[in-house]
Unconditional design. Structure first.
Ligand SMILES: Nc1ncnc2c1ncn2[C@@H]1O[C@H](COP(=O)(O)OP(=O)(O)OP(=O)(O)O)[C@@H](O)[C@H]1O
Ligand SMILES: [Mg+2]
Length: 250
């Protein structure tokens, strides 16, 4: 007799199949900022592994080190101790050039305040990472329109950011973050500037891209409603990981 799984069980199995090798691993990562006489131990020995196809939320009080962690994991910021491995390669073994190239090819970024170029249209903003990676103009435009299609914004392709709503702007930045077909997308408070309805739509969109395209997401958020939509919530306090909650998807 064929066994029929309940919808949540089927979804959990699908999630397990999606989740594969470790894509990012932090080992005893430390980061200290010194400004004049003030020393801040922003990261005090972080161990964390993200698996391919996972969607993870980092939560914790303001100043606990969430942005610092994201910047250290993505190689935007240097470490003061420990190691970060990306797809098995230690960041410390890459040159600045290799790290920059890796980011351009394999990573996408979404920030709270969009970071869109105000004089460029939505399509031009989305094309930018491809043009920086030396794609041809035609190819960049085609892929930008595909990415805008994935976020439901083809009909806004020629709008500049000022002529878009907040939720639409964030969908443009999500299109931009996935246009280079990255392995992982880093999102620092992607819904921090949005009302709860738009925030919910943005996280649903990220979840859909996670499930359908196997994109790995690390999302820093203050919003527990966003955290609950992910596979796992990692809680930070004062530069340390103080626990995690696996949300029944795995
Ligand atoms: N460039 C910097 N120079 C000096 N101190 C810094 C710098 N960046 C961050 N810090 C300090 O490091 C600590 C962690 O900052 P971080 O931005 O990672 O916090 P966060 O968890 O992202 O907070 P928020 O939720 O408010 O964004 C804070 O105490 C902050 O003041
Ligand atoms: Mg922050």
């Amino acid at each position: 007799m064929a066994v029929r799984m309940s919808a949540p069980a089927a979804q959990a199995q699908e999630t397990r199949q999606r989740i594969g090798a470790t894509i990012v691993e932090a080992r005893s990562v430390r980061k200290t900022y010194e400004t004049g006489a003030v020393r801040v131990d922003a990261l005090r020995g972080i161990d964390l592994a993200l698996e391919q196809g996972e969607m993870v939320a980092i939560m914790g009080p303001s100043g606990c080190g969430k942005t610092t962690l994201l910047n250290c994991l993505s190689g935007l910021d240097s470490l003061d101790g420990g190691e970060v491995l990306i797809e098995g390669t230690p960041l410390s073994e890459m040159s600045d050039r290799e790290r920059t190239d890796y980011r351009a090819r394999r990573m996408g970024f979404v920030f709270q305040f969009y970071n869109l170029m105000p004089v460029l249209t939505a399509a031009e903003n989305v094309e930018l990472p491809l043009l920086l990676a030396r794609a041809s103009g035609d190819e960049a435009r085609r892929r930008a329109l595909d990415a805008l299609g994935l976020v439901g914004l083809v009909d806004r392709a020629n709008h500049v950011p000022d002529a878009l709503s907040g939720g639409e702007r964030q969908r443009v930045t999500i299109a931009r973050s996935l246009v280079n077909d990255p392995a992982i997308v880093w999102a620092d408070e992607p819904t921090g500037d949005l009302d709860s309805e738009n925030a919910g739509e943005i996280v649903e969109l990220m979840r859909r891209l996670n499930v359908e395209r196997g994109l790995t997401f690390l999302i820093v958020t203050h919003d527990i409603a966003i955290g609950r939509k992910t596979d796992r919530i990692v809680r930070m306090v004062d530069g340390e990981i103080r626990g995690e909650e696996v949300l029944g998807m795995r």
